[in-house]
Design a protein around this ligand. Structure first.
Ligand code: NDP
Ligand code: MG
Length: 379
């Protein structure tokens, strides 16, 4: 039995992970779960899986989760940073971090620091602190297995290959719901429209990030750290069907591509079972009816791609400021405080306001998050 802990168990990836674990309950035991405030869902998960630990930041005083845990000898961690506390004390074979945004940073660090293998869905922690996380994982001899479909694809293409054989990584992205929308109407895009991704059913933040292609910018940085490769060696290509999950181009002229139905349960299952594979019921592709197309992302449609490239070149904490600010900007758009186009202008403005720092520590990044939050709360 592989002991697994899932942080962010109530979200889109968290729920799918628990359903994969349930389908494979002969192989896995769920030993810890966490969320921010979704007490009713985590209550049901606790009832079903009876993990050793449950962590939640905010909960009503009389919520039945409390009795459920005490009656079943389950340790319940309550309060701000409960996922971080859980991640620093959990003993497991693998932790899957499916927390959204900057809040995933401390847990990612704690898991690796404790020498536990990490299935990483929280790309933001790599964007913020890849310079700390990757060397630490090496020092602690910890595996970081990507859950993000593109990175899972690249990871699988890289198996058996030498790093110096790699010429390029081709990171595919669907282009989101506004790939063909008239640019002059972008101001009036509603959150409801932006949340409707053509191929994937995901959490709110990543859905908005997919519409702006901030998601691909974050994924490019995620790939730089995971595969120790420079941004010049990564091409972003639009592939509206999301069947080719990414590709690697080798120096002998060969390409390796990873294909499959667009279903996150596949990379989740792979991360859970690595280095083995288990059967799944996601189904196969019908190649006779497939029409695959690829195109170049338009700069005007996705201005964040150009901005992120500039910020990568600038170095230091620039992409960390971008990623943290983006968490709050997306929320402002969802709350209808700013329009779709304002997200980009606000991002450019915010990045300028925060000083560069050549190699921020985890503590400095947490302080940076607090300062950026204060800045948005005071606006
Ligand atoms: P969701 O918004 O659906 O879920 C987020 C999870 O994180 C919830 O369990 C939520 O708890 C928890 N959470 C939120 N804030 C905090 C906090 N401050 N402390 C602890 N836990 C918190 O997100 P997704 O599942 O869509 O995405 C999760 C991560 O996976 C992101 O980094 C995303 O980029 C990445 N990813 C997602 C994909 C997808 O298909 N959804 C695909 C590839 C990558 P609560 O429910 O209580 O708010
Ligand atoms: Mg992805």
């Amino acid at each position: 039995m592989k002991e697994v802990c899932v942080l962010g168990s109530t979200g889109s990836i968290g729920l799918q992970t628990l359903s994969v674990l349930k389908e494979n309950d002969n192989s896995f035991s769920l030993v810890g779960i966490s969320c921010h405030s979704n007490a009713d869902i985590i209550y049901q998960q606790t009832k079903e899986f009876k993990p050793r630990f449950v962590a939640i930041d905010i909960i009503e005083k009389d919520h039945p989760l409390k009795d459920l845990c005490s009656n079943n000898n389950i340790e319940l961690i309550i309060g701000e940073n409960s996922s971080s506390i859980l991640s620093s004390k959990i003993k497991a074979d693998l932790v899957l971090n499916a927390i959204v945004g900057t809040s995933g940073l401390e847990p990612t660090f704690n898991i690796i620091n404790n020498g536990i293998d990490l299935a990483i869905s929280n790309k933001e922690s790599l964007v913020l602190a890849g310079h700390i996380i990757m060397p630490l994982a090496k020092k602690k001899n910890v595996n970081i297995i990507p859950v993000d479909s593109e990175h899972s694809a690249i990871y699988q293409c890289m198996i058996g290959e030498k790093k110096d054989s790699v010429e390029k990584i081709i990171l595919t992205g669907s282009g989101g719901p506004f790939l063909k929308r008239d640019l002059s109407t972008f101001k009036s895009i509603l959150p409801e429209e932006a949340l409707k991704h053509p191929n994937w059913d995901m959490g709110k933040k990543i859905s908005i990030d997919s519409a702006t292609m901030m998601n691909k910018a974050l994924e490019l940085i995620e790939a730089m750290w995971l595969f120790d490769i420079s941004y010049e060696e990564i091409d972003i290509v639009i592939h509206p069907q999301s069947i080719v999950h990414s590709m690697v181009y080798f120096k002998d002229g060969s390409y390796k591509a990873h294909l499959g139905v667009p279903d996150m349960k596949v990379p989740i299952l792979y991360a859970l079972t690595f280095p083995n594979r288990s059967s799944s019921n996601v189904g196969s592709l019908d190649f006779k009816s497939l029409n695959l197309s690829f195109e170049k992302p338009e700069n005007e449609r996705y201005p964040v791609l150009g901005l992120s490239e500039k910020l990568i070149k600038d170095g230091g904490n620039r992409v960390a400021v971008m990623s943290i600010a983006n968490d709050y900007i997306v929320q402002q758009f969802l709350d209808k405080k700013i329009n779709f186009e304002d997200m980009f202008t606000t991002l450019v403005d915010t990045v300028k306001r925060f000083e560069n720092d050549s190699s921020p520590s985890i503590e400095e990044l947490i302080t940076l998050d607090k300062n950026i939050r204060l800045y948005f709360n005071s606006k």
